[in-house]
Design a protein around this ligand. Structure first.
Ligand code: ADP
Length: 319
């Protein structure tokens, strides 16, 4: 294996740069050339490659986003698009590819392996929703951003004795809401994986108020529904002042935490090791703090579940 390529695809996540850096530096450590591909699969189809030497990934470990840019490509989902991508990789003399992205990107990676380009995946998404890995790159940074925002909201919530509803990201997975909710002592956490009862939430609010609580925080994962709508319904039921904050894309940016930088460095390096061992059609996974290779097929057969013990604990502690 002489020459490998790396790209970032799908939704970006803080720590992707640290993963790119690890792939480039680990590749060079083993005497390989590394090329970057701009804008994910779009760049593969357009032949948008850049040679990456050791210096090209200097000063990026602490930066959010991705220096290779990211994109979604409908064309890559077609056999013609994939054929163009394979042709460009062969023209560039690329022996193998590392795809940093979410599970959609991994489906694309599998197509490339099937067409003769050994490809491995590195899980990068703030949602932590990739089956087979305990953590994804970017999740820790996102929950730290969320709790920083909620700490600020809590200050003003206390001053004005209000209920705040905070909508966080997570269309299908409640992990961000769950972890941030426990870390922030939220009164209620609404996630797509668990049913909620608005009457029970209101009772909880009223119990807290009787005990002298000055404010309440309710965290809603976007997959449950609109935070604005839930805030309005709570206000109708309680008659109390209720404000809503939708955190939005603030959660996707920012300098990665130490945890994400370490995870990304370990995962990027492991991707190179897997390729050197002749592995393909695999993703890198963090399982019980071990960084391992896992067959895409095995991962695709699994379903991601958030840790419901955290949900139950948060409910007990936020009485
Ligand atoms: P993520 O990787 O964050 O889950 P997407 O689901 O949008 O993001 O996937 C990123 C890109 O991966 C898509 O734009 C597409 O180019 C490619 N992709 C997704 N699913 C497939 C598939 N089934 N076959 C081939 N390519 C796919």
């Amino acid at each position: 294996m002489k020459r490998i390529a790396v790209l970032t695809s799908g939704g970006d996540a803080p720590g992707m740069n640290a993963a790119i850096r690890a792939v480039v530096r680990k590749g060079h450590h083993h005497g390989m050339e590394v090329v970057g591909v701009y804008r994910g699969y779009t760049g593969l189809i357009q032949g948008d490659f850049v040679s990456m030497n050791l210096g090209s990934v200097g000063d990026i470990i602490h930066r959010g986003g991705t220096v290779l840019y990211s994109a979604r490509s409908e064309e890559f989902k077609t056999p013609e698009g994939q054929a163009k991508a394979v042709e460009n990789l062969k023209k560039q003399g690329v022996d193998a590819l590392v795809v940093i992205g979410g599970d959609g990107s991994f489906r694309g990676a599998q197509k490339l392996t099937q067409q003769g380009i050994p490809t491995v995946g590195v899980p990068g998404t703030i949602d932590n929703d990739i089956p087979g890995t305990d953590f994804t790159i970017g999740f820790d940074t996102a929950i730290n951003t969320v709790i920083e925002c909620i700490d600020r909201i809590r200050d003003t919530a206390t001053s004005h004795e209000r209920t705040y509803v905070v909508e966080v990201m997570g269309r299908d997975a409640g992990d961000i809401a769950l972890w941030a909710g426990l870390a922030d002592g939220a009164e209620s956490i609404l996630i797509p994986e668990a049913p909620h009862d608005l009457n029970e939430i209101v009772e909880r609010l009223e119990r807290g108020s009787r005990r002298g609580k000055k404010h309440s925080i309710i965290i809603v994962a976007e997959g449950v529904g609109s935070g604005v709508d839930i805030g309005r319904r709570i206000k109708e039921k309680t008659g109390a002042e209720t404000r809503v904050t939708v955190l939005g894309h603030i959660q996707r940016g920012g300098s990665p935490t130490a945890f994400d930088r370490v995870l990304a460095s370990r995962m990027g390096a492991k991707a190179v090791d897997l390729l050197l061992e002749g592995k393909k059609d695999q993703m890198v996974a963090s399982r019980r703090n071990q960084i391992v290779g896992l067959d895409f097929e095995e991962a695709f057969a699994m379903k991601h579940h958030p840790d419901m013990s955290i949900y139950n604990l948060a409910s007990i502690l936020a009485i």
